[in-house]
Each structure stands twice: as structure tokens, then as C-alpha cells.
Design a protein around this ligand. Structure first.
Ligand code: ADP
Ligand code: MG
Length: 323
């Protein structure tokens, strides 16, 4: 298949978004926005760095690549509308595998009614996928990391450590409880788009999605907001079958393991009930895991351990340029 037939094969036969004037097929796409703020995110997946063929099927790769981008859009309180895909393809990948990568993206795109409106296709030495997602946010809504205030409730959606547990299962032979659940959490993560959109009534919510581990994301909130944060260790939510793993692994995965794509946030105590209601309506687990302290701890994150002792958490997680 050449580049032209490939582009033809991935082109949508119709578009769902009303603000689109021109999608794939010209030199660039055209959008005529309706007045909302435009929110843009980009995320890149590189073979051998973010995934290997033995743990991720092509479908999973496409799905996860788009999920990571949608998760960023969710963390901004925005609704996703469009995506563009730049892909570098090596000879190790067949046409069928390539089609599966796009099928993975398409299933999430269909679910959220986001349209594929462009991209770029090149050949390279390994598979690289770089996706750009464009979304819209209400002008009066911002979900900035800098919005946390002293006294806020710190909350998190879902359970943590699952993605790393899934990767562990994929890479280590053995029998595990809830194997399929953990693998799915690694391969097909769920961006929390509906939950974040459900918070529109609330003026101020600080949000960050968990791509690099909660310790790292909590630091980003604390630094941007110039506040401190205390997380309570035994409140950090994990799946019931998580206890089967070595306790060191449990500790590291839930605090420093990435790619759970849950949302970490802070909100005033008075708005907390509403946040809980929204999660309940979606049957989404939501847990209060700590609180925001004042500016004398600006940028610091503490962990209240099970024995009551409070330690300062390191800003540690997956960091690509830390070599
Ligand atoms: P140009 O040479 O003008 O950059 P291309 O021939 O690369 O255009 O692309 C033609 C059309 O196909 C454009 O609309 C482009 O955005 C789209 N496109 C190219 N590659 C991809 C891809 N991998 N995924 C989605 N759209 C793509
Ligand atoms: Mg051109």
C-alpha cells in the first residue's frame, strides 16, 4: 500500500463535528469555531520507549495513543472534537497492523464523536505515533493546575497502580487474580472525559491527569498553585486484587507508576458533595485522598503513612529526560 491509498483507507466517510469546514484531503483542515475556547494537546508514543510489540497489540497502541490525548483534554475540563495523527512507520509493521492501530483510535473516536481531520505519514526506523487533539472549553471554565487553594479536598478517580500491574502481568509469566482487568487497564485505559465535563457547574477545580504517577502529578498541582499537599497513604484507592503483588511494587506503582490516566484534583470542601454526586451518576469510583495546605509548604507533597508518620514525597515518576 502506498501513502496515498493508506490515507484514503483511514479517511472518514463523514464527519460529526459541526465546526468542521474541511477535514482530510487538502493541505490543511479548517475549523470555524463557535466562540468557545480552543484547547489543544499533543502526545507522542514511541516504539521501544512507550510500548513493545509483545505487550501491546496494534489495536491497543492506537487506542492508548488517543486515550492519552483525550485524558489531557479531560484534565482541562474540555470536550474533545478533533484529532490529527502523525505516524512514522518502519518495515516491521504490516498493512494489517497499521489498519489495526487506526481501528484502535477509531473506537475511542467514535465513542467521543471526535473526527480525524489530518496528519502526516512517513517511513522511519520504528513506529512513532504523535497525536494532536483539539477540543472546546466553556470560556468561564478553567481547570488549571494553578487553581488549588488551602483547605481544598484532594481527590482522585478510579484506582491507581493498575496499569503498571497490568504491564507486570504481561511481562512475567504466572497466574494472577483479575489478570484480564489489569491487562485491560494497561492496554485500553479510559480517559475520564465525562466526569470532567460533569463538573462544569463548579467554578474552581484544579485538575491534572495521571500519566506519570500521582506523586509527580501532585507536585505539579502544588507547584503551580503555590500550596502544599498532604496525601493519606491508606486512602489511595487500589483494586481489591492489587494486594496480590509484592508490597514494594504496590507502593511504587500506586505512587510513582504512570499511565493510569485517572484524574487528580482539588476542590473546595463546599463543592465536594457535587463532585461526589457526579462520579456516582457515572458509577465512577472517586476517593478523597488528602488535603491542600498553605503556601509555606509551596510545591511540597507529603504522605501521611499508615503508622501516622508524615514524610515528604519525592517528585519522582517516569521522566524521559532524566537520564
Ligand atoms: P501535504 O503533502 O499537503 O502535507 P499529505 O499528502 O501529507 O499532504 O496529506 C494529504 C491529506 O491527508 C492531508 O489532509 C493530511 O492532513 C492527511 N493525512 C496525511 N497523513 C495522515 C495520517 N497519518 N492520518 C490522518 N491524516 C493524514
Ligand atoms: Mg500540501
Amino acid at each position: 500500500m502506498d501513502e496515498f491509498s493508506f490515507i484514503q483507507s483511514i479517511q472518514q466517510s463523514y464527519y460529526r463535528q459541526p465546526t468542521l469546514l474541511k477535514g482530510v484531503g487538502d493541505d490543511a483542515a479548517i475549523i470555524r469555531p463557535s466562540g468557545d475556547d480552543i484547547v489543544i494537546a499533543k502526545d507522542m508514543l514511541v516504539e521501544h520507549v512507550h510500548f513493545i510489540k509483545s505487550t501491546m497489540k496494534p489495536y491497543h497502541i492506537g487506542y492508548k495513543a488517543l486515550a492519552a490525548n483525550l485524558s489531557d483534554i479531560a484534565a482541562m475540563g474540555a470536550i474533545p472534537a478533533y484529532y490529527l495523527v502523525a505516524i512514522s512507520i518502519s518495515n516491521d509493521w504490516s498493512n494489517e497492523e497499521l489498519a489495526e492501530i487506526y481501528n484502535g483510535m477509531k473506537s475511542l473516536a467514535d465513542r467521543y464523536k471526535v473526527d480525524l481531520i489530518g496528519g502526516d505519514t512517513v517511513s522511519g526506523t520504528e513506529l512513532v505515533i504523535s497525536i494532536t487533539v483539539i477540543g472546546y472549553a466553556n470560556r468561564n471554565i478553567s481547570r488549571l493546575r494553578s487553581a488549588a487553594k488551602e483547605g481544598d479536598v484532594v481527590f482522585v478517580t478510579g484506582t491507581l497502580g493498575d496499569s503498571q500491574a497490568g504491564l507486570h502481568i504481561l511481562q512475567n509469566a504466572g497466574t494472577y487474580k483479575e489478570e484480564e482487568y489489569f491487562k485491560r487497564r494497561h492496554q485500553l485505559p479510559s480517559p475520564r472525559v465525562e466526569f470532567s465535563l460533569g463538573l462544569q457547574q463548579i467554578d474552581r477545580v484544579a485538575l491534572n491527569d495521571i500519566s506519570d504517577g500521582i506523586a509527580s502529578e501532585a507536585h505539579e498541582l502544588a507547584e503551580s498553585s503555590k500550596v502544599g499537599m498532604v496525601l493519606i497513604e491508606d486512602k489511595i484507592p487500589v483494586h481489591p486484587a492489587y494486594a496480590q503483588f509484592d508490597s514494594n511494587l504496590q507502593y511504587n506503582w500506586k505512587l510513582f507508576g504512570g499511565e493510569d490516566f485517572e484524574l487528580l484534583g482539588t476542590v473546595s470542601r463546599s463543592d465536594w458533595e457535587l463532585v461526589k454526586q457526579r462520579a456516582q451518576q457515572l458509577s465512577l469510583r472517586l476517593t478523597e485522598i488528602g488535603y491542600v495546605t498553605d503556601e509555606k509548604d509551596a510545591g511540597k507533597v507529603f504522605l501521611q503513612q499508615e503508622n501516622g508518620k508524615i514524610i515528604q514525597l519525592e517528585k519522582k515518576g517516569y521522566n524521559h529526560l532524566s537520564r
